[in-house]
Write a protein that binds this ligand. Structure first.
Ligand SMILES: [Zn+2]
Ligand SMILES: [Zn+2]
Length: 393
């Protein structure tokens, strides 16, 4: 497609997103007001798929044997397949403190606008509903079910305190622990007890000591969910969760083995038995596709946003988009919705996810995403370039 007509097309896509704003914002507000945790996002999926059907998508809900995963499709002829990924799960105890309500609707909007332009483009537009990003690994299930096999580029944005094209995310393993000891009267019969809280304290201290000896960027953190039932009973059972993160998956696996050893040592030292279980598969580190990132950056500037240069690994969390980025060219930029001092997963971030600035970021992200999709459908050689870059990294 000639440059002049691509420019015209992008102007039309921007106008289309503005026209969709009331529908997108309504669903964004409804999801924000009705937080549903991973794999329970029934209402969010109903609202999003209803919207996508209304705009001509054929929708399959329950893909990958997961009731709250979906694939919505519109196509015209043959050409590249561009997927916009929609996240919609809330945090346990903190509602939409990770702003997935804005991700859900930005990707839906980007998909609808690009699909409406399929009279001028050929290819396929997908909106993929990916549940349970906060620890449940919904995208990993979808990868394993083959949902990404025919995808040429997968894109989404994440709200943040900075507008940044490149994003770094750590590989992470999520583990649950349980120490089982024996209850006894804490004063009358302490020698008959086996103290499961002591086991936890040993494990916690062991992990705290390990933290000093790990490579730059690794993170070890967790919490105690059950610490006993009464002060005069030797705690019989303790349980909780720990996360192990690192910049590369192979090093993360080394650390997981060390943390396992610490838990086992604590069990041995106290005489407790130990159950360690792991969530699905680990999240991979995120590989930014430079070709997609460059296109997205140009489109952000086109709509008047000025991204900052990211500092690698600064404030890095983890995402199952990392796993997607290991199977197809992927884009996971951020758009600012709050000032830099605000922490992610906080009350202030929760408020930002329902604020006018949040919904403006949703619209800006939808525009830059849909324009990036248009670049790929209008010029399939860019898809080839993205694939060459994907194979190189
Ligand atoms: Zn989060
Ligand atoms: Zn998130």
């Amino acid at each position: 497609m000639a440059q002049a007509s691509t420019d015209q097309l992008k102007d039309a896509l921007g106008t289309r997103i503005d026209a969709l704003r009331p529908e997108l914002e309504r669903i964004g507000r409804d999801i924000h007001a009705n937080p549903e945790v991973g794999y329970e996002e029934r209402q969010a999926v109903a609202w999003l798929t209803e919207l996508l059907k209304k705009h001509g998508f054929s929708v399959e809900v329950g893909v990958a044997d997961t009731p709250t995963a979906f694939v919505a499709t519109r196509r015209n002829g043959t050409g590249p397949t561009v997927a916009f990924l929609s996240e919609y799960d809330a945090l346990r105890g903190l509602g939409h403190g990770c702003c997935h309500n804005l991700i859900a609707t930005a990707s839906a909007g980007a998909g609808i606008a690009l699909a409406d332009a399929l009279d001028r483009l050929s290819g396929r537009v997908l909106v993929i509903g990916t549940p349970a990003e906060e620890g449940g690994g919904g995208k990993i299930r979808l990868i394993n079910a083959g949902i990404f096999q025919e995808v040429d580029a997968a894109m989404m944005f994440h709200p943040d305190t900075r507008t940044q094209v490149l994003h770094w995310a750590l590989a992470v393993t999520h583990m649950q622990f349980e120490f089982i000891g024996r209850a006894a009267h804490a004063s009358g019969d302490p020698e008959k007890g086996i103290n499961a809280l002591d086991a936890f304290v040993l494990a916690y201290n062991g992990i705290s000591l390990l933290r000093q000896q790990v490579k730059e960027g690794a993170r070890l953190h967790g919490y105690l969910k059950e610490g006993g039932t009464a002060p005069n009973i030797i705690p019989e059972r303790t349980s909780g969760e720990f996360l192990v993160r690192a910049r590369e998956q192979a090093y993360m696996e080394e650390l997981v083995q060390k943390v396992k050893n610490i838990f086992q040592a604590a069990a041995l030292a106290t005489g407790c038995s130990l159950n360690l279980t792991f969530n699905e598969e680990p999240y991979s580190d995120l590989r930014n596709n430079a070709v997609l990132a460059h296109l997205f950056e140009e489109n952000l500037r086109r709509i008047g946003l000025d991204p900052i240069e990211g500092v690698p690994w600064e404030n890095a969390g983890s995402t199952d988009m990392g796993n997607v980025s290991h199977v197809v060219p992927a884009l996971h930029p951020t758009v600012a919705i709050a000032s830099p001092e605000v922490a992610g997963h906080s009350q202030a971030f929760l408020e930002a996810s329902g604020s006018p600035r949040g919904y403006q970021a949703m619209i800006d992200a939808a525009k830059a995403l849909t324009m990036t999709g248009a670049d790929l459908l209008a010029n399939p050689s860019l898809v080839e370039q993205a694939k060459v870059e994907f194979r190189r990294t």
